[in-house]
Design a protein around this ligand. Structure first.
Ligand code: PLP
Length: 385
């Protein structure tokens, strides 16, 4: 296997926009000012300054008031994914509704917890409501209503799609009708390039059973391992009661709070245009190389382009060939709730250089053609049937 030259595999932001000097200055300042706090176990909700900054972030984007005392800082939003599931489930074998293709970290956490996942089919607007309704009715008839619905409605990982407001309202109405809470995972909302920003579910509905998950990984850096849960009482108390890790990283929180003391907009104004150029290079490369063979998403935000390949692509062979030629990507199977090997792949474009994207897409395209058993033109026009 050759070394990977074009790593379209991992969903990370652009390393060149990492604000090293500002963070160094912030670290020096907060270690001086908050040394005593750092010597203690943080416990509870976590650093007040960072909760205030993230409440402002969410509140300003959504145009609703967000109480910082209803935010619980976590060790990345991945801890929030696991913690919220632990709070809402009662026993192994409990059912959860997920997008048919979803974030592998969540799928793996839910599998470890013993949750039974039921996948809801997707289209360009996210989960299909009529399929969700069918599954809820079926599960109710079996006396196995889901314990919750897990939804990445904005710049979905892996598809990049955003759910329109009307569909969000339908989903909220359906969840209320069956009395099923929603766990909304919204870590990409501020990685926004163009187009309308659809409201978060929590801004459309004040049902106290819903849980909202946020992260600093996609707007700052995953190495901070900072995320949060926004939950209203009494759900908030249930989250806190379930937690037994003595709290999240106080030093990382203090540095991030100092960095974001005037809001997140300034840094987003630096990072998002850089990412947008890479999104454009990725989709332009696909259009130049694979227009007759594949279709792909054109996300208005987030870090991923979702590509549908023809059924006659030998998927294990493609993966192998791509690796041999220095290209990494994640195959459809990694995102499928039931591990089915569907004809898709996800390209993460955030951390490659522009040159790597421009050079890597043609290599991938050659591998796709080589892994096919025919030269037939593609027989599909859309990402989903
Ligand atoms: C949808 C989604 N949720 C959660 C996470 C976890 O992010 P972190 O734990 O770094 O906040 C990711 C990371 O890729 C993600 O895509």
């Amino acid at each position: 296997m050759s070394d990977i030259l074009y790593d379209f595999g991992t969903g990370r932001s652009d390393p060149s926009t990492f604000p090293t000097e500002a963070l160094q200055a912030a670290a020096v300042k907060v270690i001086g000012e908050q040394a005593e706090e750092i010597t203690k176990y943080p416990g509870g909700l976590g650093h007040a300054g960072l909760r205030a900054a993230m409440a402002k972030r969410e509140g300003e984007r959504e145009g609703v008031a967000v109480d910082p005392d209803h935010l619980v800082l976590t060790n990345g939003s991945m801890q929030a994914v696991t913690l919220s599931a632990e709070v809402l489930m009662e026993a192994k074998g409990d059912v959860v509704l997920v997008e048919e293709f979803s974030y592998p970290g969540t799928l793996s956490a839910y599998r470890s917890l013993g949750l039974e996942m039921v996948g809801i089919r997707l289209d360009e607007g996210g989960m299909r409501i009529e399929h969700m309704e069918e599954e809820l009715a079926r599960l109710q008839a079996e006396s196995r209503l889901p314990k919750f619905i897990y939804a990445i409605s904005t710049y979905q990982n892996p598809t990049g799609f955003i759910m329109p407001k009307a569909r969000r309202e339908q989903m909220i109405e359906l969840a209320a009708r069956y009395d099923v809470p929603i766990v909304e995972d919204n870590c990409y909302a501020d990685v926004h390039y163009e187009g309308a920003i659809e409201p978060a579910l929590f801004a459309l509905d004040d049902n106290p059973n819903h849980i909202y998950l946020g992260s600093l990984s996609k707007i700052l850096a995953p190495g901070f391992r900072l995320g949060y849960i926004y939950a209203r009482p009494p759900m908030l108390e249930r989250v806190l009661a379930r937690r037994n890790d003595a709290g999240s990283n106080y030093l990382a929180s203090a540095i991030a709070a100092e960095f974001y003391k005037n809001g997140i907009a300034d840094h987003a104004a630096v990072t998002n245009p850089v990412l947008k150029v890479k999104r454009d290079l990725t989709t332009a490369g696909l259009a130049a190389e694979l227009d007759d063979v594949c279709v792909w998403s054109n996300p208005q935000g987030g870090l991923f382009v979702w590509v549908r390949v023809p059924d006659d692509v030998d998927r294990p062979k493609l993966f192998e060939l791509a690796q041999q030629h220095g290209v990494a990507y994640l195959p459809g199977v990694a995102f499928h709730y039931a591990n089915r090997n569907k004809p898709y792949l996800r390209l993460a474009f955030g951390h490659l250089t522009e040159e790597q994207i421009q050079a890597g897409i043609p290599v991938l395209a050659r591998c796709i053609r080589e892994a096919r058993t025919s030269n037939a033109a593609r027989e599909f026009e859309t990402l989903f049937d």
